[in-house]
Every structure is written in structure tokens, then in C-alpha cells.
Ligand binder design. Structure first.
Ligand code: B12
Ligand code: SF4
Length: 453
């Protein structure tokens, strides 16, 4: 059996950060790692390829096609499944990824044969042995069209399996994280115990933090050839054991790489004694969710830190010369005055990079109910749910003024807060031009939304 694993192309209509952060399709690399033992498998990354899927099918002649998905990809993934069926109706279509975990129903469609709600080694192996013998049966985590998309009802989570990074060899020079290119991604531990109210990530991975099996982690680390590793753990600074395990591994393997991580403000403050050592070992940047300038909002978001803690974390990281890639959420009840206070707050914190997402009450979140009657787009307008677009009708200013304030804040941050000359020195002019083009694309989408509204 021949299986083609596909990542859909960038969604042009959506506002995404994928020009800045564009990493390997690690979920597909894991599936490849399991299936390659018994089948012929290939990854086709449509974020890079210019060949259309039907041409690839004619060339590769697969029996099954597996497609990965994020929230904004639903329409495109279904379109790709339709293209598969039109090219050869005998090819089986299978969908997996974050979106199937959060909302499998969005893929109930005649051209989608099977949906992996969650994936682990066991259900992958059982499923493929069934389909090879043409016997479709109910399997935990899988919904099949032939069985009315019924589920066994057994809950589960996606398993972190060893990704086979050779599967994306021809694409790897393209994968980057901000100015670091090429860069690989990996995970060290799953879950997040901070359980912030607006966050999907702990809902996907669980509210309990667990280290991934150390032997798997060692193999994973050893398989990475790139000079930069982005750890996608939700909060790397969660406990001493985790931080010390990484420090020991870096020393044991004598790794000389750049590291990028996500870290919570509370974690940075609690484990500040490790910050300097990690910087000396190669930690270059931390992605930190400062979220807002307003403590009442932080309380409402159930964030485990205050706006004063944000200053403290910024100071600790500045001293250790670690870059801060800060993320903030624009609240729909902000007035012009709030945006002004927000800009002043960013200027005081001085992160190296700033990204601002309008508060997005994703359909699975409790917040969805609270804002349901102020939503600008419906839950099945999938391309809009990119975390980059205003989803809730602003209460203090018009939507057009709100977009104007967002644009103004983004320009202000890029021109006056980000240290552009420092960035050029660090990443080189070519990378900075690539990032700048991405910013221009995002800004022009905001301008068209401003005009539209
Ligand atoms: C790495 C990452 C990325 C990478 C790429 C991820 C990818 N798959 O291609 C990059 C940086 C490109 C990215 C971009 C975006 N991302 Co992102 N990203 C993540 C992150 C940090 C980890 C995701 C991940 O790789 N997890 C680990 C892998 C192993 O999990 P997985 O892909 O689900 O794969 C498992 C199974 O699902 C299965 N599987 C996957 N595919 C398939 C296919 C088949 C056929 C089968 C059988 C199984 C299978 O195999 C794996 C087994 O464990 C998550 C946060 C988080 N912790 O979840 C956010 C997250 C997934 N991203 C998110 C968002 C919103 C985005 C953007 C839209 C943001 C933006 N505005 O730019 C863009 C979209 C890019 C685009 N399409 O243009 C949201 C998703 C919300 C949602 N409901 O989908 C998350 C949850 C972050 C958040 N805001 O909370 N992202
Ligand atoms: S600390 Fe970050 S990953 Fe953890 S729940 Fe809060 S926002 Fe989500």
C-alpha cells in the first residue's frame, strides 16, 4: 500500500503568522515514522510545493491520502479530498491534526472517508491493518464514513511519537522560526497546569504536565541536524525537573545549538535561577504571553501573573540577554484611550518582537458562550478563526476604528519599539526582508478589512 501524507497550502484569505513562523509538519512526520515500517509513504508539503495535488497523485499513485489540519484549513482540506476523489475515486481519504481533535464534525463530508480524532501508535497500526484487509471496523479515536462517523466513545489524546525527520529532507532548509532558518521543532513535555481561560493549548494536551519519555527525547534530539530547535512545549518553565533534564541533556550531548521556547511569566519568575545558565547554553528567545496592560483582564483570563510580573520577567530576560517575543491579546472592549495605554505599556516592556491577536473566543472555549451574540463571523466560517482577525464586535469604538488602532499599534511597535538594526545584525538582511514582506502582507489585510467595514 502507498500512502501520501499531505499538509495543505497556506490559506491566502486568512491572517496568519506563517511567513514568520513556518515549521515542519511534525504530526505527519510522526505518522510517517509509524507507517514506514510496513508501507510505502511520502510527505507532500503543499506550503512549499507548487505542484497541484492531482498531478502529484498521477505521479505517485497512492492508495490512501492522509491530510493534516488546523482550524483555518477545514474548507481547503475538504476541497483537497474532493480533488482526490475526482482524480481517482478508489483512493481513500483520511484526515487528522489539531482541528480533527477539536472538532471532528467539521470534516463530516462525502469526500472524507476517515477522521482521526486523536492519533497514537496503536490506532494507526490497527487502522491500516484493517484497511489493507478491506474490513472497516470501529477503532478508538477514528470515525469512518462507512460507519456513519460513529465513535467508540473512548476519549484519548494525540501521542507524541518519534518524528521521522528524514521524511521532510527535501523541504527542511525552508522551515524557519522567525529569523532562525533552518529550524526544527520538537516537544519535551506536554500539557500546561496554568489552565488560562482563553487557551486551547492545555485543552489539546491536558492540564497535567508530563515529560515525554526520555529515551524518545534523546533519539529526537539526536535526529535534529538544524542549528536551531524550537521547543513547542506550552510552558518550558514549569518545574525544576524539566529544566534540569534539558540542561543535563545539552551538556551530555555537548549540543551547540540555538534554542527558542515558550515560557510563562510566572515560570520565568519562579525559575529565574536557570535563565542565565540556559542563555549560556544557547537559549536565544522566549515566546512570552504578556497578554495585556490591564490587571482586571489578566484576572478574567485566569492568567497566573500580573502586569507588574510582566515587568519583572522582562527585566530578568533583559539581564540574561534573552530576546522576548511577546504576545498580547486585544480586548474587544478597548477604547482609543486603552489602545494608547497599551502602546505605552509595550514601549515600557520593550520586547524584541510583538504580536497582537484580537481576543478569539474559539468555539470550544467557555468564552464562546459569553461572546456568542457579539460574534462577527459564524463558527463554520473556518478561515476567519485564525487568531489574527477581529471576531468580536468592539463595544467602545467602531470596527473600522478598531482595525485602525490595531494597525497603528502594529506600525508603532515595528517602527519605534522593535530594534530593527539589532535584528538585521542578528538575522541578516535576507531574513529581515522576508519577515518585512510578511508584515506588509498582514498590514494590507488589516487595511482591506478597515475599508470593508
Ligand atoms: C507548531 C505549530 C504550528 C506550526 C505548524 C504546525 C503544523 N501542523 O503544520 C506553524 C508555526 C506553521 C503554525 C502555524 C499556525 N498555527 Co499553530 N501551532 C503549533 C503548535 C505550537 C504545535 C502544533 C503541533 O505541531 N503539535 C504536535 C503535533 C504532533 O500534533 P498534531 O499536528 O496534532 O499531530 C498529531 C495528530 O493530530 C496526528 N496527525 C496530524 N496530522 C495527521 C494526519 C493524518 C492523516 C493522521 C492519521 C494523523 C495526523 O499526528 C500527531 C500524533 O500525535 C500548536 C500549539 C499546541 N501546543 O498544540 C499551535 C496551534 C496548533 N496553532 C494554531 C494556530 C491558530 C495557527 C495559525 C492559524 C496561527 C496564525 N494566525 O498564523 C497558523 C496557521 C498556519 C497556516 N496554515 O497558514 C492553534 C490551532 C487552533 C486550531 N483549532 O486549529 C494552536 C493550537 C495554537 C493556539 N493558538 O492555541 N502552528
Ligand atoms: S500558560 Fe500559556 S499555554 Fe499555559 S494555559 Fe496559559 S496561555 Fe495556555
Amino acid at each position: 500500500m502507498k500512502i501520501l501524507l499531505v499538509r495543505p497550502p497556506r490559506i491566502k484569505q486568512a491572517i496568519t503568522l506563517s511567513d514568520f513562523m513556518f515549521s515542519e509538519p511534525i504530526g505527519l512526520e510522526m505518522v510517517y515514522g509509524v507507517l514506514k515500517e510496513d508501507y510505502e509513504v511520502e510527505i507532500f508539503d503543499m506550503m512549499i510545493e507548487s505542484t497541484i495535488l492531482s498531478d502529484k497523485i498521477k505521479e505517485y499513485k497512492p492508495n490512501a491520502i492522509g491530510i493534516t489540519s488546523l482550524c483555518i484549513d477545514v474548507k481547503k482540506v475538504i476541497e483537497l479530498c474532493t480533488e482526490v476523489k475526482k482524480t481517482d475515486n478508489n483512493i481513500m481519504t483520511i484526515v487528522g491534526g489539531t482541528q480533527t481533535y477539536l472538532n471532528a464534525e467539521s470534516f463530516f463530508n462525502d469526500d472524507v472517508d476517515h477522521i482521526f480524532e486523536y492519533t497514537n501508535k496503536e490506532n494507526l497500526e490497527i487502522f491500516y491493518s484493517f484497511i489493507c484487509s478491506s474490513k472497516i471496523q470501529l477503532v478508538d479515536g477514528i470515525r469512518s464514513k462507512e460507519l456513519g462517523y460513529k465513535s467508540t466513545g473512548k476519549a484519548g489524546r494525540n501521542e507524541y511519537m518519534l518524528p521521522d525527520r528524514t521524511s521532510t529532507k527535501k523541504y527542511r532548509s525552508e522551515y524557519s522560526y522567525f529569523g532562525y532558518r533552518p529550524a526544527a521543532i520538537m516537544e519535551f513535555g506536554t500539557g500546561c497546569e496554568k489552565v488560562c481561560d482563553f487557551c486551547l493549548r492545555w485543552r489539546i494536551e491536558g492540564a497535567k504536565e508530563k515529560l515525554i519519555d526520555i529515551n524518545l527525547t534523546k533519539k529526537d534530539l539526536a535526529s535534529i541536524k538544524e542549528p536551531t530547535i524550537m521547543f513547542m512545549d506550552n510552558d518550558f518553565f514549569t518545574n525544576k525537573e524539566k529544566i534540569e533534564t534539558l540542561i543535563n541533556l545539552i551538556k551530555e550531548f555537548n549540543l551547540k545549538k540555538n534554542y527558542i521556547m515558550y515560557a510563562s511569566v510566572a515560570g520565568i519568575i519562579k525559575y529565574k535561577e536557570y535563565v542565565q545558565e540556559l542563555a549560556e547554553l544557547g537559549l536565544k528567545a522566549l515566546l512570552v504571553g504578556y497578554e495585556t496592560f490591564d490587571d482586571n483582564e489578566l484576572i478574567k483570563y485566569k492568567k497566573k501573573s500580573t502586569t507588574t510580573d510582566n515587568y519583572l520577567a522582562a527585566e530578568i530576560l533583559k539581564e540574561a540577554k534573552i530576546d522576548v517575543w511577546a504576545s498580547f491579546m486585544a480586548h474587544p472592549d478597548w477604547s482609543k484611550k486603552d489602545f494608547k495605554l497599551f502602546r505605552t505599556y509595550i514601549k515600557d516592556l520593550k520586547p524584541q518582537i510583538t504580536s497582537i491577536s484580537p481576543l478569539t473566543p474559539f468555539p470550544n472555549l467557555p468564552m464562546y458562550k459569553e461572546y456568542e451574540n457579539r460574534l462577527i463571523y459564524s463558527a463554520d466560517d473556518y478561515e476567519k478563526w485564525s487568531f489574527g482577525q477581529v471576531m468580536i464586535k468592539p463595544s467602545q469604538i467602531s470596527l473600522r476604528t478598531y482595525y485602525y488602532e490595531l494597525l497603528k499599534t502594529n506600525l508603532y511597535v515595528n517602527l519605534f519599539v522593535n530594534k530593527n538594526t539589532e535584528m538585521i545584525k542578528k538575522f541578516g538582511i535576507k531574513n529581515i526582508i522576508r519577515i518585512l514582506m510578511g508584515s506588509i502582507k498582514a498590514a494590507s489585510k488589516y487595511i482591506s478589512l478597515m475599508i470593508e467595514n
